[in-house]
Design a protein around this ligand. Structure first.
Ligand code: S3P
Length: 171
């Protein structure tokens, strides 16, 4: 039994797709950021502001470790930075990793007025996302077993694509 971990850039739909996928598969859904917020008892922006990114990343790894140690299979919505941390990659290898790829236009639309993601603060948003995608996309590809593209498709359509690919992989 492998846990199903959704990875991808902020705003790609990991949480929305993850919830719908979990419903479809009859599995529980857990969102990593929600777990971190519950543990820290403060929002992600406050964790970054008070303790810094390194502290957030440590919490993120601890949450990932704990979730993957759960015996009952689940769908896990990860934070966009999870695969960037080398410490997390061997953990992801134990899981069925699904990469949700989204074009920059969709990401821009979804992130334009975002206040919850400290990593996007300041500077030109398009430039920032473009630079981050250049670094991150190859890593998302590298860690994933399955890749689906949003291409503005409905959540149901994306879930269907994932389910078909999971069946091919006999998960
Ligand atoms: C981050 C993504 C966020 C959250 C934090 C850092 C990142 O999660 O973990 O703000 O580095 O990409 P989402 O991908 O769910 O927005």
């Amino acid at each position: 039994m492998k846990h199903i971990v959704l990875v991808g850039f902020m705003g790609c739909g990991k949480t929305r797709v993850g919830r719908a996928l979990a419903r479809e598969l009859g599995l529980p859904f857990v969102d990593m950021d929600e777990q971190i917020v519950a543990r820290a008892k403060m929002p992600v922006t406050d964790i970054f502001a008070k303790h810094g990114e390194a502290y957030f990343r440590e919490m993120e790894t601890a949450v990932l470790e704990d979730l993957l140690a759960e015996k009952k299979q689940m769908v896990i919505g990860s934070g966009g930075g999870v695969p960037m941390q080398e410490a997390n990659r061997p953990l992801l290898e134990e899981s069925m990793v699904v990469y949700i790829e989204a074009p920059i236009g969709i990401l821009m639309e979804r992130l334009a007025n975002d206040k919850k993601r400290p990593i996007l603060k300041g500077g030109d948003l398009r430039e920032k996302i473009t630079t981050m995608l250049e670094v991150r996309n190859p890593i998302y590809e590298q860690v994933s077993d399955i890749e689906v593209s949003t291409n503005n498709g409905s959540v149901e359509r994306i879930v269907q694509q994932i389910v078909e690919k999971l069946v091919e992989k006999r998960v």
